[in-house]
Design a protein around this ligand. Structure first.
Ligand code: HAM
Length: 441
């Protein structure tokens, strides 16, 4: 019996790390997407939607066989026809695949695309880290100029600020191109060679497979060793140095707060040159003090970078590109913590109390009049008593309730009840929409 109850309890739980977006949060998710879309559309980004499933080898060929995503985080399946597919762990690769597949290089360049939706990574769930998560992404393909970095970072940070999620700060670095990166990798290996016994098990493996990722380890011992490690910035070749300088100049002139994190590497192998992450700026800057850190425990609200070699990894063509994404679940969480409620037109301003079946019939017609003027009206058709319906109106915190009973139906009138002062007035049904509109203006 007990085990049956346990089984049933599990049956109604969503899969680990995957969560429902309930009505009270849904509006906030919409608000984040709408703001990001509004700004990026203004800057010339067109929408694209790619499939949730892609061929597994597409990700293997681009994210790096030794990256965490490929090694342990992908949800893969085999179709009955024998094809190997994977749930997309991120969006950049699918967008680049679409660019190549549809010959978008024949369109006016660069091609600027935006997208949104669910992504999947089999990670250890924790606060702000899910196995299915929502992302809004931007990609500028076939553009090598530093201004492209500026546009992407500007849109992502502006979105956060305009949503009320600020202040934010950008952590930025350059990984160089394939030539200068190779010199850095060599020196990094030589530095870590003498310290290998002090590294954690995963880093001992990373040393052999993916040494740049040694810089990303949060283990105490590894973080200590990192402090003296060589820094990529000192290895940049002249063109990479010049490019990075221009990126930083753009950030300066756009007033985007940032700090240089010379150990920022990011978890996806397709990056070259600029990489960045966006954080909430929780350290209050003192007068005259430089912003140069974010708390180690903080999770990124967004991230991205340049991926000049991705097209070449998937095809024979070269298309330099840059992009970035916002973790929408994390942004929503932050907005909730800041108590920024989704204030949209959809938040009801009026509750419609209907008493008796004649009023309920009439109400559909009146609700429709409100809908046409984009005024959201809440109601509870299933409840009959005045007390029950007023209780809900109270809970919803609406400024006005409309009350219609048998008498009002006969007289073609309706009562407007001020929820704060409790004052009431009876008005004609024909005029009620206009009067409410004036009142809540
Ligand atoms: P990413 O840094 O892996 O980059 O993800 C971007 C953002 O998505 C992160 O900063 C974080 O806010 C959110 N995110 C990532 N994983 C999770 C998770 N498990 N749960 C909740 N939120 C998460 C990319 O995905 C790149 N495709 C971004 C990009 C676009 N680079 C170039 N173009």
């Amino acid at each position: 019996m007990a085990s049956k109850t346990k089984k049933q309890a599990i049956l109604i739980q969503s899969p680990k790390g995957m969560h429902d977006i309930l009505p009270e949060d849904y509006e906030l998710y919409q608000k984040v997407y709408e703001k990001a879309e509004e700004i990026s559309e203004y800057y010339g980004f067109s929408p694209i939607q790619t499939p949730h499933l892609e061929r597994t080898e597409l990700f293997g060929a681009s994210l790096g066989e030794t990256s965490d995503i490929i090694e342990k985080q992908m949800y893969t399946l085999r179709t009955t026809g024998g094809n190997h597919l994977a749930l997309r762990p991120e969006g950049t690769v699918g967008v680049m695949r679409a660019y190549l597949e549809h010959g978008m290089h024949t369109l006016p360049q660069p091609v600027m695309l935006r997208y949104k939706g669910s992504f999947f990574r089999h990670e250890r769930p924790q606060k702000g880290r899910y196995r299915e998560f929502q992302q809004f992404g931007l990609e500028i393909i076939n553009e090598e100029k530093a201004s492209a970095e500026a546009i992407v970072i500007k849109i992502l940070t502006l979105t956060l600020e305009e949503l009320g999620a600020g202040p934010i700060i950008v952590r930025i670095n350059s990984l160089g191109d394939k030539d200068c990166k190779a010199g850095y990798r060599k020196d990094l290996l030589s530095y870590y060679r003498k310290k290998i016994n002090g590294l954690c098990k995963s880093c001992q493996k990373r040393y052999k497979t993916n040494p740049l990722r040694l810089l990303d380890c949060k283990e105490e011992g590894c973080a200590e060793i990192k402090k003296e490690a060589p820094q990529m910035i000192n290895y940049l070749c002249n063109p990479c140095k010049q490019h990075f300088k221009e990126v930083l100049e753009f950030l300066d002139s756009s007033g985007i707060p940032y700090f240089l994190d010379t150990y920022l590497v990011r978890g996806l192998d397709y990056y070259s040159r600029t990489v960045f992450e966006i954080f909430k700026d929780s350290k209050k800057k003192q007068e005259g003090e430089a912003e140069n850190e974010v708390e180690e425990t903080q999770i990124a609200l967004g991230g991205g970078g340049r991926y000049d070699y991705l097209a070449k990894m998937l095809s024979r063509k070269d298309f330099p590109a840059i992009g970035g994404g916002l973790g929408v679940d994390r942004v929503v969480q932050l907005l909730k913590e800041k108590d920024a409620k989704a204030k949209t037109n959809k938040t009801p301003k009026v509750f419609f109390v209907q008493l008796g079946s004649a009023a309920k019939h009439k109400s559909l017609d009146i609700m429709e009049k409100f809908r046409k003027t984009h005024l959201s009206v809440a109601q509870s058709m299933g409840k009959d008593s005045l007390k029950g319906q007023m209780k809900i109106a109270d809970k919803l915190n609406v400024p006005y309730a409309l009350i219609m009973g048998q008498k009002e139906v006969m007289e073609e009138s309706i009562i407007i009840h001020d929820m704060n002062s409790r004052a009431q007035e009876t008005v004609s049904v024909d005029k009620v929409v206009e009067i409410i509109k004036q009142k809540i203006k």
